[in-house]
Design a protein around this ligand. Structure first.
Ligand SMILES: Cc1cc2nc3c(=O)[nH]c(=O)nc-3n(C[C@H](O)[C@H](O)[C@H](O)COP(=O)(O)OP(=O)(O)OC[C@H]3O[C@@H](n4cnc5c(N)ncnc54)[C@H](O)[C@@H]3O)c2cc1C
Ligand code: SF4
Length: 499
C-alpha cells in the first residue's frame, strides 16, 4: 500500500491482535504487529436534557485527536468490503489513510471523487446497514465509524478559506436540465458539470436541497452544511434556478425547445400519505410533511422572529416508525411538549428508522408505543383533535416486504388523550410532471418507470431517487444520480440511440 500504518495504544479493554486480520487484508502486505481496539471512538453529543430544549446539532463531531484514533483502527483492507457497501463507491480506505497521515486536502479529494455531498452523508446515511455493516472489524468488534470520519473530513474543509475544487473537463457545448435539487439532482448536476456539460438545476421551492432542507431538522443536519455543499456543486459550474415548478411554469418539452439536450428528473416523493381513518382532517392533525416543513424550512421554531406559526402541543402522538417519525417526535419535544408518543404498529425490530436516531429519541424522553395503531380521531366543539382511538396489534406471517404483518388484537380498542397528531406513514410522488408529460410511464404507485440506466420512457429524459424508488435514502438517491449521469454523459458524447 506504500503508506505507514499507525496504531493507537489506548487504555480501553477489548484489544485484539492485528495479525488475526491479515487473512482479510492479504498476508505480508504490512510489517506491523500492533493491536487494534475493538471499540469505536464515541462521538461527543449534547446531553439529552440540554439538547431537547434547543434545535442545535445533537452530535458534536470528532476532534482531530478522536478522528485520528478512530482512523488508526482501520486495517486498510486490500479488497475493502466497506466500499462494496457504499452505493456511490466512496474510496473509504484512501480517505481514512490520508486522514491519519494528516493529509486533510488528500482526504477531502479522496472523498469527493465519488461523493459531492460528504458533510450530508456523514450525518444522515444509514451507515450501519451499508459501508459499516461490511467492515471486517465488525466480525469481532465494532466496525470503523466511517460516517463519523467522513463528517470530520467534510467539516474540516468547511473551516478552510479555500475549498477543494473538483476537476472539470473542457466544455462540451451540451446543456443539461436537472429538475429538483435534492440529493439525486445535486449528484447528477455535480457529475455532469465535471464532465464539462452546462447544467441548470430547476427547483420548485425557494431554497435548494430537497428533503435535506425541508424535512431533516437542523438538530440532525444543519442547513449551513447543506448550503455549503450546494455551493460546491455550483462551484463546478452548475446553476440553480429557484421558485421554478417544472410541469407548471415550463414543461419537459419546453426544456428541449429551450435548447437542453438532456433532462434528469430528481423530483422526489414529497406528497404525504395518510391513514384514511375518520377524523384525520381535524385541526391539530398534521402530515409530517407539513409539520416538518413548517418547523425546518419556514423556521416555525423561531416564531415570531419568522412568521410561520406551529401548534406547540402538550400531548403529541406521532404515527410511524421511520426517520420521518423520529424527526417529527424529536421536533415536538423541542417545541415544548410534555409528552411525545411514537405510535408504531410493528415492534422495535421492524422499525425502519436509523438506529442512532431511535436511541437519540429514547434518550430525549420520547415514549414508544409499539404494536399500536390509530383507528380514528375525535375533536372538541371547535374541531380541534382531542382523542385518538387506538387498537393493539400482534405480528403475523411475513408480508411482501418480508416483515411480519401486524394484525389487530380483538377488543383492544381504547381512547388516548392527545392535542396534536403527526402522521408520518410515508410519502408518494407528486403527480404533476407525470400528469403533464404523457410520454412518461408511471407504476401503480405513481413512481416513474425507468430501466437500469435510469432512462425513462421519454427520449432524452432520465430519472432517479425517490421519484423512481419511492421514499428511500439520501445515498440511494445519490447512487441513482451517479448511474444516470454516467449514462447521460455516454449518450450525449456518442449521440446514442434511445431504447
Ligand atoms: C423527515 C425526513 C427524514 C429523513 N431522514 C433520512 C436520513 O436520516 N437518512 C437518509 O438516508 N434518508 C432520510 N430521508 C430520506 C431522504 O431524505 C430521501 O430519500 C432523499 O432526500 C431523496 O432524494 P431525492 O433527490 O430523490 O428527492 P428530494 O430530496 O425529495 O428532492 C426533490 C426536490 O425536487 C423538487 N421538485 C419536486 N417537484 C418539482 C417540480 N415539478 N419542479 C421543480 N422541482 C421539483 C422538490 O421541491 C425537492 O427539492 C428522510 C426523509 C424525510 C422526509
Ligand atoms: S473501513 Fe473496515 S473494511 Fe474498510 S478498509 Fe478499513 S477496516 Fe477494511
Amino acid at each position: 500500500m506504500g503508506h505507514e500504518l499507525i496504531f493507537c495504544e489506548s487504555d480501553r479493554q477489548s484489544l485484539i491482535y492485528y495479525q488475526s486480520f491479515l487473512a482479510f487484508r492479504g498476508a505480508g502486505a504490512v510489517e506491523m504487529s500492533s493491536k487494534i481496539d475493538l471499540n469505536r471512538v464515541e462521538m461527543p453529543k449534547q446531553s439529552p436534557d440540554k439538547r431537547k430544549g434547543n434545535f442545535q446539532e445533537v452530535a458534536l463531531g470528532y476532534s482531530s485527536e478522536l478522528a485520528k484514533t478512530e482512523a488508526n483502527r482501520c486495517i486498510q483492507c486490500k479488497k475493502p468490503k466497506c466500499v462494496e457497501g457504499c452505493p456511490v463507491g466512496v474510496e473509504i480506505p484512501n480517505f481514512i489513510c490520508a486522514l491519519r497521515k494528516g493529509d486533510m486536502p488528500g482526504a477531502v479529494m479522496a472523498l469527493k471523487r465519488k461523493n459531492s455531498l460528504p458533510g450530508i452523508c456523514g450525518r444522515v446515511c444509514p451507515q450501519e446497514v451499508q459501508c459499516e455493516s461490511r467492515c471486517v472489524l465488525g466480525k469481532k468488534g465494532a466496525p470503523i465509524a466511517i460516517g463519523r470520519l467522513e463528517r470530520y473530513v467534510a467539516d474540516w474543509e468547511l473551516g478552510q478559506k479555500e475549498r477543494t475544487k473538483g476537476d472539470v473537463l473542457l466544455p462540451t457545448g451540451k446543456r443539461v436540465a436537472v429538475v429538483g435539487s435534492g440529493p439525486a439532482g445535486l449528484t447528477v448536476a455535480a457529475d455532469m458539470a465535471k464532465f464539462g456539460h452546462k447544467v441548470t438545476i430547476f427547483e420548485a421551492l425557494h431554497d435548494g436541497g430537497g428533503v435535506l432542507v425541508y424535512g431533516i431538522p437542523e438538530f440532525r443536519l444543519p442547513k449551513g452544511i447543506v448550503r455549503s455543499e450546494i455551493e460546491y456543486v455550483k462551484s463546478l459550474g452548475a446553476e440553480l434556478e429557484l421558485d421554478c415548478v417544472v410541469g407548471r411554469q415550463v414543461q419537459i418539452d419546453g426544456l428541449f425547445k429551450e435548447g437542453y439536450d438532456a433532462v434528469f428528473l430528481g423530483i422526489g416523493a414529497g406528497a404525504p400519505r395518510f391513514l384514511n381513518v375518520p377524523g384525520e382532517n381535524l385541526s391539530g392533525v398534521y402530515s409530517a410533511n407539513e409539520y416538518l416543513t413548517r418547523v425546518n424550512l419556514m423556521k416555525a421554531y423561531r416564531f415570531p422572529e419568522y412568521d410561520t406559526p406551529i401548534k406547540k402541543g402538550k400531548k403529541v402522538a406521532v404515527v410511524g416508525g421511520g426517520n420521518v417519525a423520529m424527526d417529527s417526535a424529536r421536533s415536538a419535544m423541542r417545541l415544548g411538549a410534555d409528552e411525545v408518543h411514537v405510535i408504531y404498529r410493528r415492534s422495535r425490530e421492524e422499525m425502519p428508522a436509523r438506529l442512532e436516531e431511535v436511541e437519540n429519541a429514547m434518550e430525549e424522553g420520547v415514549i414508544f408505543d409499539f404494536l399500536t395503531n390509530p383507528v380514528r380521531f375525535s375533536g372538541d366543539e371547535r374541531g380541534m383533535v382531542k382523542v385518538m382511538n387506538v387498537v393493539e396489534m400482534e405480528l403475523g406471517e411475513p408480508d411482501a416486504s418480508g416483515r411480519r404483518s401486524p394484525c389487530v388484537k380483538e377488543s383492544s380498542e381504547h381512547p388516548v388523550d392527545v392535542d396534536t397528531v403527526v402522521i408520518a406513514v410515508g410519502t408518494v410522488p407528486n403527480p404533476l410532471i407525470a400528469a403533464s408529460t404523457p410520454e412518461l410511464k408511471t407504476t401503480r404507485r405513481g413512481t416513474l418507470v425507468v430501466d437500469e440506466r435510469c432512462r425513462t420512457t421519454m427520449k432524452g429524459v432520465w430519472a432517479g431517487g425517490d421519484i423512481t424508488s419511492g421514499g428511500a435514502t439520501v445515498i440511494s438517491a445519490m447512487g441513482a444520480g451517479k448511474t444516470a449521469a454516467a449514462d447521460m454523459n455516454d449518450w450525449l458524447k456518442n449521440d446514442g440511440k434511445w431504447s
